[in-house]
Write a protein that binds this ligand. Structure first.
Ligand SMILES: [Zn+2]
Length: 676
C-alpha cells in the first residue's frame, strides 16, 4: 500500500495534497481502518456506479464515522479513503496544467450526408467495411483524470486540449470515480462531468437561485472555486476514453470501454458496436430518439473507428483525429405561449420587438424570451399574443421564434406601434423598421452614450450603462460631447461615485480624446456601421473630413459597406445635429488619429472571419490579435475570405466557408499561430 497521508485531519481540507513517505510501523495497527475503507468503497461503487445499493444509508454512515475516528487517532488517511471526498476550503484560482497527451476535439457533422461522407472516407481508407462504436455525446464539461502508481493524483478540465485547469479539489467531491485502480502505470482517462437532469430538478426545488441549464450547471459546478458548491450540485462523471497509458499500448474503443469498466470507472450503459455504415446510422437514430428520455443532457452521438491499428494509420489532422466524428443533433425546437411583445428602443432610435414567452425548457435551458426582428417579422410569422409559437434555440444567445403553431379564440393581433413606448413621439417607418425620431428619447441617449464609451469604441474605463442612465437622468447629458464638460462636482452627485472612481473616470474620459480613427467612426454610431466597416472606412478615408466628403460611389466600393449602409452614412453626415455634435467633439479636444503603419505578421494577406465561441479569447481580443499580426477581419464570409477561425458552436458562416473551400482553423491552431 503506497501513499498514506501524514496529517491527522482529512487531507482534502488542504489546498495541496502531498503524500508522505510510507510508514510501515503503523500499518499493522491499521488493519481495521483498511478494512473499513474497502467495505465503504465497495458500497459506494454499488450505490454510485452500479446503481444497486446493498446497504442502508444508516449502515454506511455508521462505518464512515468509525473510519473518521480511526483516522483521527492514527493520524493517517489512506489515499482511497472515502473521507477524502469532501469539499476542501475555497481556492483562490485554478492552476494551469499541461496534459500528458493532447485531448483532441472531434470533427463535427450536422447532417446525415456529412456523417455518411465520413463513413465512406473511412471505408475508402481501410479498403473495406470496418467496425465502429457509437456512443452518446454528453453536454457537460470535459475532464481529464490522472492516475499514477494505481492512485488518483489529479483532475483537470480539457481547456484548449493542451493546457487545462486543475480541478482536483472539486472533482474529489464526486463519489462515483475510483481513488485507486489496478493499473499501476501512468494513466489519463477522459470523461464528461454532467449534472443529471433529475439531480438538477431536485436541486432547483430548494435552491435560492435555480440553475437553468444542465450544461452550464455542470461547468459551473466543476469550475467553482469553492469545492463545497461543487459538492452541493452533485455532479457525476461518465468516462469514455483512455487518453494516455505509460505502456502506450494502442486500444480499440471496445478495449478502452472494457478497461474503464474493469477499473471501476462509470461508463454510460449504451455502447453500440456497429459492423457497417447502416448499423452506425441506425445506432445514431436510436440515440436521437432515446436522448429525449434519458437522465443526462446530450447534444449528439460520437462515432469512432474501433480498430486501434486502423486509427493509428489514419492519424489526425492538426485539429481532429480522422477516425472519429461527433454527430450533432439539430438545435431543439419547442412550442410555448406568447405572453406579450415589448418594443425596445436602441441608440439609433430603432424599435426592436422582444417576445415574452411562457417559460419553457428547451434543450436543458429555460427559455422565457425570444427575438423577433421587426414588425414585418411578426406579420410574416403570423405571431399573435396568446398564441402558441414554435421556438428554436439557435447558436445565438437569445432563441428565435420560427412561427406560429396555433391561434386561440383569445389570441390578439400585435399592434404596430405608432408612438414610441418610451417618449410618446410619433414613429417613423423606414424600410422594415420603426424608428423613434426623438433624439432626446431617454433609452436612445443612454444606449448611444453606452455605445460611445464601450470597449471597441472610445474605451472609457469604468463607464457603464448605469453611469449613462444616471448622467441622462440627473445631469441632463444628451450627447457624447457633454461628457467632456463633466466636472468632479457633477460626478459626485451620482450614486456610487466616490473620489477614486470620479478621478478614474475623468482620467478615462480625458484619455479618450485621442481615439484611433476607426474606433471613433464606430463610436459615433452610424446605423449599420459595425467595427469591421469602421475599420474599412478608416483605412480608405484616413480622416473624418475625407469620410464626411465621401460620395455614395466611394462608399459602396468598400467591401464591408453595402447600399443601405452607404445611404445611412451619407444621411448621418448630412444631418445638422450630427454636424454640430462632431464640431462640439472637436471643440472639446477629441482628435481621432489615423495611423498608416502597416502591420506585418503571421496573418499578413489574410482576410479572416471569426465565427462561433472561443474559449480563451473574447471576440474583440481575437480580432485585435489578428489585426496586430497583419490580418484583416471581415464580418461575413465572402469570396475574398481566406481564413475562418471557428470556435465552438460555429454556425452558418462555418458551413459557408466549408462550401467555398476556405481554410478553417480552430482555436488551438489560432493560439499556435499567435505564438509563431
Ligand atoms: Zn422615443
Amino acid at each position: 500500500m503506497k501513499g498514506i497521508y501524514s496529517k491527522g485531519v482529512a487531507p482534502a481540507r488542504h489546498e495541496k495534497q502531498s503524500f508522505s513517505t510510507f510508514n510501515r510501523g503503523k500499518v499493522k495497527s491499521m488493519s481495521r481502518q483498511r478494512e473499513l475503507v474497502d467495505i465503504l468503497n465497495k458500497w459506494a461503487h454499488e450505490y454510485y456506479v452500479l446503481d444497486n445499493p446493498t446497504v442502508s444509508d444508516k449502515e454506511y454512515d455508521a462505518l464512515y464515522d468509525e473510519l473518521r475516528k480511526l483516522e483521527e487517532e492514527s493520524g493517517e488517511v489512506y489515499p482511497d479513503s472515502p473521507t477524502r471526498r469532501v469539499g476542501g476550503e475555497p481556492i483562490k484560482g485554478f492552476e494551469k496544467h499541461t496534459h500528458i497527451a493532447r485531448l483532441f476535439s472531434l470533427d463535427k457533422s450536422v447532417s446525415e450526408e456529412e456523417l455518411t461522407a465520413f463513413l465512406t472516407r473511412v471505408e475508402k481508407f481501410a479498403g473495406k467495411e470496418t467496425e465502429y462504436t457509437v456512443e452518446y455525446k454528453f453536454d457537460g464539461l470535459t475532464v481529464c483524470l490522472t492516475y499514477e502508481n494505481g492512485a488518483f493524483v489529479r483532475a483537470t478540465t480539457r481547456g484548449n486540449g493542451t493546457v487545462g485547469e486543475d480541478v482536483t479539489a472539486q472533482v474529489l467531491t464526486i463519489k462515483s470515480f475510483p481513488l485507486t485502480i489496478g493499473y499501476k502505470g501512468t494513466l489519463e482517462v477522459r470523461g464528461e462531468a454532467v449534472i443529471r437532469l433529475s439531480v438538477l430538478d431536485e436541486y432547483n426545488k430548494t435552491a435560492a437561485e435555480p440553475l437553468k441549464n444542465a450544461r452550464n450547471a455542470a461547468a459551473g459546478a466543476i469550475r467553482n472555486l469553492d469545492p463545497k458548491v461543487t459538492a452541493l450540485r452533485k455532479p457525476d462523471i461518465y468516462f469514455y476514453d483512455v487518453n494516455y497509458t505509460s505502456d502506450g499500448a494502442p486500444m480499440s474503443q471496445t478495449t478502452a470501454h472494457e478497461f474503464l469498466k474493469k477499473e471501476g470507472f462509470k461508463v454510460y450503459p449504451y455502447f453500440a458496436v456497429c459492423k457497417s455504415k447502416d448499423e452506425v446510422l441506425s445506432a445514431v437514430a436510436t440515440i436521437e430518439r432515446e436522448r429525449k428520455i434519458i437522465d443526462v443532457l446530450t447534444d449528439g452521438a460520437v462515432i469512432k473507428v474501433n480498430d486501434a491499428l486502423l486509427r493509428e494509420e489514419m492519424g489526425s489532422t492538426d485539429k481532429f483525429p480522422r477516425w472519429a466524428m461527433a454527430y450533432k443533433f439539430e438545435a431543439e425546437e419547442v412550442t410555448t405561449l406568447l405572453k406579450d411583445v415589448i418594443w425596445q428602443v436602441g441608440r439609433t432610435g430603432k424599435l426592436t420587438p422582444l417576445a415574452l414567452l411562457d417559460p419553457v425548457d428547451l434543450g436543458g435551458a429555460t427559455v422565457s424570451r425570444a427575438t423577433l426582428n421587426n414588425y414585418g417579422d411578426i406579420t410574416r410569422k403570423d405571431v399573435k399574443i396568446g398564441s402558441r409559437v414554435l421556438v428554436r434555440r439557435s447558436n445565438e444567445v437569445i432563441p428565435e421564434i420560427l412561427g406560429t403553431t396555433e391561434h386561440y379564440a383569445h389570441s390578439k393581433e400585435i399592434d404596430k406601434p405608432t408612438v414610441c413606448p418610451a417618449c410618446g413621439a410619433a414613429l417613423d417607418e423606414i424600410g422594415a423598421h420603426l424608428f423613434c425620431p426623438n433624439r432626446l428619447c431617454t433609452p436612445r441617449i443612454v444606449a448611444a452614450l453606452d455605445h460611445y464609451a464601450s470597449k471597441n469604441a472610445m474605451n472609457i474605463d469604468g463607464f457603464s450603462e448605469s453611469t449613462a442612465e444616471q448622467l441622462v437622468g440627473k445631469m441632463s447629458v444628451t450627447k457624447p460631447s457633454d461628457l467632456y464638460k463633466l466636472t468632479a462636482e457633477d460626478l459626485a452627485q451620482l450614486e456610487g461615485f466616490k473620489d477614486k472612481k470620479i478621478k478614474n473616470i475623468l482620467t478615462a474620459i480625458e484619455k479618450s480624446k485621442t481615439p484611433t480613427l476607426d474606433a471613433f467612426i464606430y463610436a459615433i454610431g452610424v446605423e449599420g456601421v459595425g467595427r469591421v466597416a469602421a475599420k474599412d472606412l478608416a483605412a480608405r478615408f484616413k480622416s473624418m473630413e475625407n469620410l464626411q466628403n465621401a460620395t455614395f460611389e466611394d462608399l459602396i466600393a468598400l467591401e464591408n459597406v453595402g447600399e443601405i449602409t452607404a445611404n445611412a452614412i451619407l444621411a448621418h453626415f448630412a444631418d445638422d445635429e450630427t454636424k454640430a455634435e462632431l464640431a462640439a467633439l472637436a471643440e472639446a479636444g477629441v482628435q481621432p488619429v489615423w495611423s498608416d503603419e502597416k502591420k506585418e505578421g503571421v496573418f499578413s494577406g489574410e482576410s479572416v472571419v471569426l465565427t462561433g465561441t472561443l474559449t480563451n479569447f473574447k471576440r474583440s481580443e481575437a480580432q485585435k490579435l489578428i489585426e496586430e499580426r497583419g490580418g484583416v477581419c471581415q464580418s461575413s464570409v465572402t469570396a475574398k475570405t481566406t481564413l475562418v477561425l471557428a470556435g465552438e458552436e460555429a454556425g452558418s458562416k462555418l458551413a459557408k466557408a466549408q462550401k467555398l473551400g476556405i481554410k478553417i482553423i480552430d482555436e488551438a491552431t489560432f493560439k499556435a499561430m499567435l505564438e509563431e
